[in-house]
Each structure stands twice: as C-alpha cells, then as structure tokens.
Design a protein around this ligand. Structure first.
Ligand SMILES: O=C1C[C@@](O)(C(=O)O)C[C@@H](O)[C@@H]1O
Length: 707
C-alpha cells in the first residue's frame, strides 16, 4: 500500500499570472522536436482537430509545419484548412516577414537544426512528424481467431500499448458447417475491425501477414492484398502493414492512396542467413522507405552478436538517412530478445493472455521493462501523488498508479504524500531528490503559489526555473511535475539546498542532467471526457456554462473549451482574471436572471450546449436550477445530440438534488469527476512514465466496469 506522508503546513497565497516560457527542443537526436504544437493528440496518431498549441483565432503568426519524409502533402492539408497558400522552405531561419499570409512547410531533417533559434514572435511551429513524440512506442500483436474472444481482456491486454494490431490472416471465419473459410471474407474482416474499433481508443494496425513470413495469407494473388489493404484505408484504419515482397505497383498505389492512414512497410527474413551489416540489408531499407511512413525489418539470427550488428545498422540508418521514416527493427527467437528491448519505435509486444505469440521471441511490455531495468536502462525512480485528503476522497488515483506499475513491470516506487488543503509548501522536498521520477498534484496549484513557497524550483536550469508546458502556461495551474533529461550542461543542485524530509529510500539532490517540466493534465482529462461519446466537432461554435468558486477551478475547463473551439463561455460563481480570459473564448458572467434568460432565449445552437460545474455539494441547488433552465423541455422527445453535463465536484449521489440525476432528468448526458480523474490519470501516466494506459483499464482498476 502506498505510504501517506505529511507536508509542512503554511498558508496559501492568492493565485497570480504565469510568466511566458516555452518548452524548447531537447531531442533532435531522436528525430523528435518539441515545437509549439504537435499534430498528434495521441503519441502515435495525427488528430489535427485538437492541435495543442495550434494557432487560434487572432494569432497572426506565420504557421510553420514541420513534416517528415514523404509527408509534404500534410502541409497543403493545413494550408487548405487555414485558407492560405503554401511555401516550402528548408530551415527556420529562412522564414521571414515576407512569408506572412503563407503556410510554410519545413522538412524535419533540416528544421531540427535551428528549431531552438526560431523567432516565436514571428512564427508558430507545428510538428506534423509526430510519431516520435514518445521515446518508446509499442504495439500489441493480437492473435485471436475472433476479436470477440479478445474483448473481455482488451483493457488489460493493451496496457502499455500505443497501437493494437489485428492479424487479419489469423482470423477464422466460420462457414457454418463446422469448417472455416481459407481466408476471412472482407465483410467478416470489416465486422471484426469495427468491433475492435468500438472497444479501444488505440490506433489499429491492419496486417495480412503472408505464409512466407509466419502468417496465413496466401501469396499466389497479390491483388488480394490490395483489395484488403485498400479497404482498410477506406475504413479509416490508422496503420496499414504492407509487405515488401508485394509488387511495386501495389505498394506504390497503396502509399499514394493511403489518405489519413499510415503505411508500415514490413519485411521478415526467416532464412537464418540474413546479415544486418550486408549491403542487402541496406537495400531492403532503401526499398522499404520509398513507400512507407514506418519501416519494419525483422530477421532470424543465429548469434547474440547479431543483436549488436542490428544496433549498428540502426545508428547507421539514422545517420545516413536522417529524413527517412522511423525504423522499427528487431531480431526473432530467444536469441533476438535483446534487440526487442533496445528497439524504441513501435516494438511488437505480446501478452500472457493472448492465445499464441505472433512471432518467435516476442516479449510482453512487462518483460521488456524488466529486462531494461536489469540492464540499467530503466533505473528505479520515485513517483509521488501529492494530494489533499478531500481530493483522494473524490477520486483516489494512487491505486491506479500502483496497478499500472505492476502491470507494466516498472521498477519504480509510488507514494502518496498528503498535502493539507491550502498548503503549498514542501513540494520541493519531494522533487529535489536524486531519484525523483515525477509527481502529480491533486488538486493542482498555481505556478506562482508553488514558486513562492518552494524557492528551490527557481534555482533549476541555472536560475531559469522549471520549464512550463504550453498547457501549464495557458492554464496557470500545475498538476504534473515531469522529469526531463536536460539539453545540456545544467548545474547540479547542491544537496545542501534540500530542506525537507527524505522519502523512503530517497537521496537528496536532483541529478545534474535533469530538468523539471511543470505541466497540466487535468484539461486533457476534461477534454477526453467531453469527447468520449461525441466528436470534438459536436462542440464547435457552441456555447458553455462554467460554474466554479474560483478562477483556478475553472482554468483547465477554459483551456479544454478553447481546444474544442467553443464560441462563448457563460460563467457563474467567479470572476475571470484577464490572464485566463486572454486564453479563452469570449466570456459573459451571469450576473442576473435577465442575463440568464437572454442566454436561454437565443437561437438553438447559441443556447448553452454544455454545462460544467466545479461547485461542491452545498451549491447543488444552483447547479440543478441551471440544468433545468437549459435542459430539454421534453427530454424524451429530443432526437438530436443530447446536451452535456460534467460534474467536476464530489459526486452527491443518494442526495437530494444530485446534479448528475437532475442533469439526466433534464435530457443531458452526464459525466462526473471520476470520469475526468480516470482520463487525467491516463494523461499523467503518459506524461510521467511515458506509458499508454487505456482509460477503461483505469476504470477497471477502480472496480467500475464501463461496458
Ligand atoms: O511484423 C510484426 C512483428 C512480428 O513479426 C514480431 O516479430 O513480433 C509480429 C507480427 O504480428 C507483426 O506483424
């Protein structure tokens, strides 16, 4: 059980605004860039509808799109949406005032060299080459003959996975006479894909593995592959596995017609004679990259040293083809398992609950993490949940962390630290440790409050202080402290500055090569809850009501509503400070019954569509009243999308005036704080340990099944 410890007591000052600071590029070497926004909502998916940091209305800066190899067409997509012409350039330094009115495309390979020197007043950079946003990505190769069999365990199966592979060649379609068709029909495959689609938030990889490469799809009719793979593109499947042996005209056509899907070129060599240092291996890569967004190369080896040859191949490819698509390469068999722990791009994984492993030597995430820990590649870190007792009552998050660490085989230790309400001091003591891994704050605290009461943070980065993520900057509330390896040469913080109690096993003094990022995960929890059952576009240009006692409570809500491009926010219970208003849609405070009536009487799509309340139990009368005012006159009669209510306060079920019950009676779809907490946990796990955990696993871990 997690330890609960006490922080020092001291009063909380009033919140204030946050100075402007941005995350800068730190990982050019890995091919990734932290720019002003990523087109990826998910680490491995493009979701241009919800671009973090994308320019918003009123932002007159030049939009610069950084694209990966073969992705230059994505620049025109952005340009079309923004209604501007395109110019392609090489480096950030080439962008100047003359480019105003254009959307500029820069190739990743060149752009990463001067990304840090970019003029942020002049331009806003968006990273469309988002695959590498996460330092390690995994996909789970499901091997079920029927997806139905996977569903009961899908939440657990996909813990730690960034995508889920459906092995179409392994599906077995019953013919009705007890036999199975040789290959599953397209309609059966379609049903199976849709079943999976409905039950996982993860991107899907659609694979028709051929008989020569450990699969079951026949090789005598290559056109069959086109038929199935192109259909998957039409279904909107995120990743299409295209084998390299297929005739070039098929690979080319699929690549050209891939739409929003990504092509994963796949090459397997089972001969046992494949050699990574050979010219042939390089030729395979060059041939693969021509029509690919990701290149996958997998071989059987005979000697452990060949794992090192693969590592050399990997680094050579990176050096010689800097603009090429990312390479996912592993060796098969037990002897090749070492390479499976070292590959960082879309490593194939299995799980003990799968009927068979998809390839010899496949490992689970827990096994890979265990091996990395043994090799010293995944050192044990201490993570903290710094929370108030009240917050833990609303939604206890610690058990999720413990379960996730267990399920993922992570060597880390997690402890809950009790912070008394209104007590912002002492946080630094938990962070200024050699093995600090990260922390979440529940509830979050304003940047100014943390800094005022924890002076050690100001000493980070040679006195520059912690790095602020864009969300933390916009919201002003910090709820996640992430440890990031520094770009270079940061000073060690002398242990003498440590001024608190040591956690169990902890050693004072944050290591010199690390810096801290202050982030906010709650806004994403709110956004994910609002878009769980509705597309983001359902909120576009509609209006919202936000009820809260303080602007701090409302700040992450505002950020989420801004991302949804809502047109107006009505507020109840607090004044919106100018810093928050600057980052939000137009705001009107309900100050009288008249203003409320006005909002009610406006045309349908201008009347409030979503109501979000952070008011506690004592105020549920007000919430109930607004829900009735803005609810449907006849909740049963409405055939349109239902309005949405989100209760961020402690659930008051079994109580009179429970807002969720009132909302449902008034025709709203209602969500509560536990939904947001689960999505926030998903986001904070991503930020803190770089692991993807499905929302439904978090709910499952809390003992509530969704389905
Ligand atoms: O390409 C791959 C990788 C794999 O072959 C492996 O070695 O783990 C497993 C396959 O399911 C997947 O399509």
């Amino acid at each position: 059980m997690a330890a609960v410890q006490q922080l020092l007591v001291s009063p909380s000052p009033a919140p204030a605004s946050v100075p402007s600071q941005r995350i800068t590029s730190q990982s050019a070497e890995s091919g990734s860039m932290d720019v002003d926004g990523s087109a990826g909502n998910d680490p491995v998916m493009i979701d241009s509808g919800l671009m973090k940091g994308a320019p918003q209305t009123g932002d007159a800066r030049i939009v610069v799109i950084v694209y990966g190899q073969g992705q230059d067409s994505v620049v025109s997509v952005f340009a079309e949406v923004l209604g501007k012409p395109v110019k392609l350039k090489q480096h950030f330094k080439d962008v100047d005032r003359e480019d105003e009115g254009f959307v500029i495309g820069l190739p990743l390979g060149d752009a990463k060299h001067d990304v840090e020197e970019r003029d942020q007043q002049l331009l806003v950079a968006i990273n469309a080459h988002c695959l590498m946003a996460k330092s390690r990505t995994f996909f789970i190769s499901t091997t079920f003959p029927d997806v139905h069999a996977a569903l009961p365990n899908l939440d657990i199966l996909t813990v730690g996975a960034d995508a889920v592979e459906i092995r179409v060649d392994l599906l077995r379609e019953p013919k009705g006479d007890g036999a199975f068709s040789d290959i599953p029909s397209l309609s059966y495959v379609g049903q199976q894909v849709m079943l999976l689609r409905q039950r996982t938030e993860l991107p899907i990889i659609f694979t028709t593995r051929c008989t020569n490469e450990n699969g079951k799809f026949p090789m005598d009719k290559p056109d069959l592959y086109y038929e199935y793979l192109y259909r998957a593109v039409q279904w909107g499947v995120e990743y299409i596995d295209v084998e390299l042996w297929l005739p070039e005209h098929i690979r080319k056509k699929l690549y050209e017609k891939r739409g929003n899907s990504r092509i994963m070129s796949a090459f397997h060599d089972f001969s046992g004679t494949f050699k990574w240092p050979s010219q042939y291996a390089q030729d395979v890569f060059v041939k693969s990259k021509q029509y690919a967004d990701i290149v996958k190369m997998i071989a059987i080896i005979n000697d452990h040293n060949e794992n090192f040859e693969l590592e050399y191949f990997r680094s050579k490819i990176k050096a010689e083809y800097p603009d090429a698509p990312p390479l996912s390469a592993v060796n098969m068999g037990e002897i090749g398992q070492f390479s499976r722990t070292l590959n960082t791009v879309f490593s194939p994984i299995t799980h003990p609950l799968l009927p068979i492993i998809a390839a010899p030597g496949q490992m689970s995430t827990a096994e890979i993490n265990g091996a990395l820990a043994l090799l010293g590649q995944l050192p044990k870190k201490y993570f903290y949940g710094i929370s108030s007792a009240a917050a833990r009552n609303i939604a206890p998050r610690a058990p999720f962390y413990e379960k996730c660490f267990n399920e993922l085989g992570l060597p880390h230790q997690f402890a809950v630290v009790e912070r008394q309400h209104n007590n912002p001091a002492g946080i630094q003591a938990w962070c200024n440790q050699r093995d600090f891994g990260g922390a979440y704050l529940d509830p979050g605290l304003s940047y100014q409050t943390i800094m005022r009461h924890n002076p050690w943070f100001a000493t980070l980065q040679n006195g520059k202080g912690p790095i602020l993520s864009e969300a933390a900057q916009g919201i002003g509330i910090i709820d996640t402290i992430v440890v990031k390896p520094a770009a270079s040469g940061l000073n060690a913080t002398p242990p003498s500055q440590y001024d608190g109690t040591l956690p169990p096993g902890g050693q004072p003094g944050l290591t010199s090569n690390t810096s801290l990022v202050f982030d906010n995960a709650s806004w994403r929890g709110i956004l994910s809850t609002l878009t769980r059952d509705l597309a983001p576009s359902a909120y576009f240009d509609r209006t919202a009501v936000v009820l809260a006692l303080t602007a701090d409570d409302a700040a992450p809500v505002f950020f989420a509503l801004k991302a949804l491009k809502m047109s107006k926010i009505y507020t109840v219970g607090f004044r919106t400070p100018s810093t928050l208003a600057r980052n939000a849609p137009p705001i009107e405070q309900f100050i009288s019954m008249e203003s409320l009536q006005r909002a009610r009487s406006v045309a349908d799509n201008r009347a409030p569509f979503v109501i979000i309340s952070a008011l506690g139990r004592g105020k549920s009368n007000i919430v109930g009243m607004l829900l009735r005012v803005f609810g449907e006159a006849d909740p049963e009669a409405s055939s349109n999308t239902k309005k949405v209510f989100l209760n961020l306060a402690e659930a008051a079920s079994h109580q009179k005036n429970d807002p969720v019950a009132v909302a449902e009676q008034s025709g709203f779809t209602a969500y509560d704080a536990a939904d947001v907490a689960a999505f926030t946990t998903v986001e904070s796990l991503r930020l803190l340990v770089g692991q993807n955990v499905p929302y439904s696993f978090v709910r499952l871990a809390s003992g509530r099944n969704l389905f």
